[in-house]
Design a protein around this ligand. Structure first.
Ligand code: SAH
Length: 227
């Protein structure tokens, strides 16, 4: 197993080669990515690969997203330190921890309770307390905590759920999510001003499916999707 010094070196190389070279430039985000110990968010056997340019399995048929996708989605949300954020699909908690670093408060919803528990403990151990992890169907958002300045969905939805748009702040709320069926989707950014919504397509991508009322049904074959 690499030592923590070696992990730090791999992490710094990941940021320079995979992220900065591909155009990620926001300095607060790069600082967060340079310090966040991604290897602590993956199972023991995958730790030596934690800083490679790819998603990795985290158990329960789910994956931690590729570093570039985490950076790209976060940069496109243009987070401010005062923002309240909703994340749907906690998974490993790595993206959640990056959001905690950049925003005021993060609500994250995960449907698999084991993943939610492990992620919550990891993020707490890193010293963040500005988050609330819920177990349940995040395709419905979290109406009791709405509105949100930003919403990020880290699993694919078949179509844009109106219920999530309705939970965006009327004052410049923004939502980023992958829309489409297996095997590939498109990342879209939805921006709200009052009751006007604009949608922009950003990037082709591959995510695991969001399983729920406004996502895919539970019989969906997840293996045809890849995060
Ligand atoms: N950002 C995470 C991505 C994990 S993969 C990471 O990088 O680690 C997507 C996650 O969405 C999985 O953990 C899966 O269990 C979860 N998920 C799927 N459907 C969901 C739903 N309806 N509500 C909440 N989480 C869901």
């Amino acid at each position: 197993m690499p030592t923590s010094r070696e992990y730090a070196r791999l992490r710094s190389r990941m940021v320079d080669e995979q992220l900065v070279k591909r155009g990620i430039s926001e300095s607060r985000l790069l600082d967060a990515l340079r310090m966040m110990p991604r290897h602590q968010f993956v199972p023991e056997e995958h730790k030596p690969h934690a800083y490679e340019d790819r998603p990795l399995p985290i158990g329960d048929g789910q994956t931690i997203s590729q570093p570039y996708i985490v950076a790209f989605m976060t940069e496109n949300l243009r987070l401010k330190p005062h923002h309240r954020v909703l994340e749907i699909g906690t998974g490993s908690g790595y993206q959640t921890a990056i959001l905690c670093h950049l925003a005021d408060y993060v609500y994250s919803v995960e449907r698999i309770s084991r993943l939610a528990e492990v992620a919550g403990a990891r993020i707490g151990d890193l010293g963040y307390s500005n988050l609330d992890i819920h177990v349940g169907d995040g395709s419905q958002g979290l109406p009791d905590q709405a509105p949100f300045d930003r919403i990020m969905v880290t699993a694919a939805v078949p179509r844009l759920p109106d219920v999530l748009c309705a939970q965006l702040s009327q004052f410049g709320g923004q939502l980023i999510l992958p829309i489409g069926d297996a095997p590939a989707q498109e990342l879209k950014l939805i921006a709200r001003t009052a009751d006007r919504f604009t949608t922009r397509g950003l990037l082709g991508c591959r995510f695991v499916p969001l399983i729920g009322r406004y996502g895919f049904d539970s019989k969906t074959d997840s293996t045809s999707f890849v995060s």
